[in-house]
Design a binder for this molecule. Structure first.
Ligand SMILES: Cc1cc2nc3c(=O)[nH]c(=O)nc-3n(C[C@H](O)[C@H](O)[C@H](O)COP(=O)(O)OP(=O)(O)OC[C@H]3O[C@@H](n4cnc5c(N)ncnc54)[C@H](O)[C@@H]3O)c2cc1C
Length: 330
């Protein structure tokens, strides 16, 4: 839920949110591109976050042999430059681009033909024969880059570091701001450091009863050897039903993805956990089947299944409802 305002009443923070007030002794501000705004709400350190959009292109598995290492170019002022790399699953990734965008374009994460051409042109300097036709998808994100705030509140100088601290004036308020690249790799260390700061400030941290230390993975059918495949099907016949043809993902894996403790709730959730929909057709063929399985396993109507939460519904209704009769969902 979105925090709209922060007040302090008798040593306790009151966070006014879209779902009512939340009262807390300690507040950690990890609001990404909004971190400067949230810090200002609490009257804490003034800093400005600039948004630097970055786009990546993903290549089909056919190109998996193009590189076997992460290949970097010379970094620029805006970032570490365009790299050509393999993902953990073997697909080749090229990018990212780096474009500062204005505050009016808040969290704009669209992809553009211009960025794609720019990325490809730069990646071709590293590997001269990357086939454009093998780009199966592209994605964009926004880096949150911290600047000091000038007198008029505008961005002044780059901070050139993450801001991870208890505020010197507003005690109990902690910033984890300006977490741009490599924020993802650094996230576990940032969390441990923040925990130390919170404990030092007097928070009594206890492990929740029933805390699960290790995440049990889903056994992938595609990469198993033949003997294991036969055993998997024997133990669970749903391993014998291929749902995603491009990536050879079975119904058993999708069911596990939905039923696990932090289960998938939408098509993208299933995709990230199993790779169903990550192949050449980008879920063109398997999304109807995954929608059915999600609906059945999560006990929700098919018309409530989304691609990635919110209003990204996959289906509009039943075809026969539109034509006045009973029938299939489309
Ligand atoms: C193109 C690109 C390339 C990158 N490359 C790398 C890399 O190579 N290596 C690496 O380690 N990292 C990389 N990163 C960086 C990494 O992805 C980020 O550092 C990381 O995702 C930032 O995490 P965060 O939790 O700080 O912010 P976010 O993930 O943005 O989370 C902020 C959260 O705060 C919420 N929020 C905002 N405002 C409010 C409010 N008012 N109230 C309540 N909630 C609010 C948002 O909804 C969001 O959920 C890259 C990022 C991009 C965009």
């Amino acid at each position: 839920t979105t925090v709209h305002a922060i007040e302090k009443e008798g040593g306790i923070f009151v966070l006014h949110t879209g779902h009512g007030d939340v009262r807390a002794r300690f507040v950690v501000n990890a609001a990404g591109v909004a971190a400067g705004t949230v810090s200002a709400m609490a009257g804490a350190r003034a800093f400005v976050i600039r948004q630097r959009r970055g786009e990546y292109c993903l290549l089909d598995n056919k190109s998996r042999l193009l590189v076997s290492h992460v290949l970097f170019q010379t970094p620029t002022e805006l970032g570490k430059g365009v790299l050509v790399t393999r993902t953990v699953d073997g697909n080749i990734l090229i990018g990212p681009s780096a474009d500062d965008q204005s505050a009016e374009m808040y969290e704009y994460k669209g992809t553009t033909a211009v960025s794609q051409s720019d990325i490809l042109a730069k990646a071709l300097l590293t590997i001269p024969d990357i086939p454009r036709g093998n780009i199966i998808n592209s994605f964009a994100g926004v880096r949150a880059v911290a600047y000091t705030a000038g007198e008029n509140g505008n961005a002044e100088n780059p901070v050139n570091d993450f801001i991870i601290e208890e505020d010197s004036d507003v005690k109990g308020f902690f910033n984890a701001g300006g977490i741009c690249s490599p924020g993802l790799s650094a996230a576990p260390a940032v969390a441990e450091y923040m925990l130390e700061l919170l404990e030092k400030a007097g928070l009594d941290v206890k492990k929740r009863p029933g805390f699960i230390e290790e995440r049990k993975g889903i056994t992938a059918f595609n990469t198993a050897d033949t003997k294991t495949k036969l055993q998997l099907i024997k133990d669970n016949p749903l391993y014998g039903r291929i749902v995603c043809r491009c990536e050879t993902v079975t119904e058993a894996e999708i069911v596990q993805a939905v039923r696990s403790p932090l289960g998938a709730l939408d098509l993208d959730g299933v995709k990230r956990r199993t790779r169903a929909g990550m192949g050449r057709c980008q879920s063109g063929f398997c999304s109807p089947r995954v929608t059915e399985i999600l609906s059945r396993e999560a006990h929700i109507p098919m018309t409530s299944v989304t691609k990635k939460g919110g209003a990204s519904f996959v289906l509009d209704g039943k075809t026969r409802d539109f034509s006045g009769g009973e029938g299939d969902i489309e």
